[in-house]
Design a protein around this ligand. Structure first.
Ligand SMILES: Nc1ncnc2c1ncn2[C@@H]1O[C@H](COP(=O)(O)OP(=O)(O)OP(=O)(O)O)[C@@H](O)[C@H]1O
Length: 267
């Protein structure tokens, strides 16, 4: 857990996103402060869309994204649900390409996520879990102020999922907001400072995890989810399809996000 923040690194103000006229996100206003924020909610509640809008990979239909606290040559880092690495290159070569753009060290980046010994392996020969870790390493190159990770622990074994989440959470400091969408509520308990719970494209509850647990008389994130979403069962421990793959759901729109800065928010 990181120390409490001074102000948001990024904000969404009245963000709506529709597909075919159907709102997937509706009037979402939220500030993402330094520390770890977990975005949770049922399948299809709009978590990935929120992250994509946040990093500029998807344009909002209405509303505004601002990055009042983003600084440096690479303000945003993003791990999409499916990481599109170019085949034929090793893990080190892959990271070196991106690291050179932002003056970072690929070997240090590999070590950060526990892939220090896998640098010479080709990306296509990595397991789904290792790919995901490599994706996390890539997303945090250049020390971005806002790191958005879409299900970093999806489909990973217990050791890997903990490592993936920890590698992500460790990036959070007084100036860095890490936003993680995840079904892994045990890891949310362990690593998140704040939680945003989405329900049908709207924020059902949001705030510091401890406060939300208190307010809803919940013992943990799982119970909070159950109370708020009203489902008889919260998501399983593992957040993915459990087949060791790096997830699915590509819509072919997962390129390097555009930075979309519109000024300092007053939120
Ligand atoms: N590119 C798109 N075109 C059309 N519909 C889309 C697109 N992207 C998302 N949607 C729809 O928006 C809704 C929310 O999707 P999103 O992926 O944001 O949800 P999610 O909460 O991340 O779900 P999950 O937990 O299953 O990953 C879904 O109904 C989805 O079908």
């Amino acid at each position: 857990m990181s120390r409490m923040p001074d102000g948001p690194v990024a904000t969404l103000s009245g963000v709506t996103r529709t597909y075919g006229g159907v709102p997937v996100l509706e009037s979402v206003s939220i500030g993402f402060e330094p520390g770890v924020t977990a975005v949770v909610g049922p399948n299809g509640s709009g978590k990935s869309t929120l992250l994509r809008v946040l990093v500029g990979a998807t344009e909002p239909t209405a509303g505004e994204v601002t990055l009042p606290g983003a600084t440096g040559p690479k303000p945003l880092g993003y791990l999409p649900q499916r990481v599109p690495f170019r085949e034929g290159f090793t893990a080190r070569e892959t990271l070196a390409f991106y690291a050179r753009l932002v003056g970072d060290d690929p070997d240090a980046a590999l070590k950060r996520v526990g892939l220090g010994d896998a640098g010479d392996r080709r990306v296509e020969a990595l397991s789904g879990g290792m790919r995901r870790l490599l994706g996390i390493a890539q997303s945090v190159l250049g020390d971005p102020s806002l790191v958005a990770l879409d299900e970093p622990a999806s489909g990973l074994d217990p050791g890997m999922r903990e490592r993936a989440f920890r590698a992500a959470a460790e990036r959070a400091d007084a100036d860095t907001a890490v936003v993680v969408c995840s079904h892994a509520l045990d890891l949310v308990d362990e690593h998140a400072d704040r939680v945003v719970l989405l329900r049908r494209g709207e924020i059902a509850v949001a705030g510091p995890l401890d406060r939300l647990l208190d307010e809803h008389g919940a013992a943990d994130a799982r119970e909070l989810y159950r109370v708020v979403v009203g489902e008889t069962s919260a998501p399983a421990r593992d957040e993915g399809d459990g087949d060791g793959s790096d997830g699915s759901g590509s819509d072919g729109d997962e390129t390097e996000p555009a930075v979309h800065v519109t000024g300092v928010s007053d939120r």
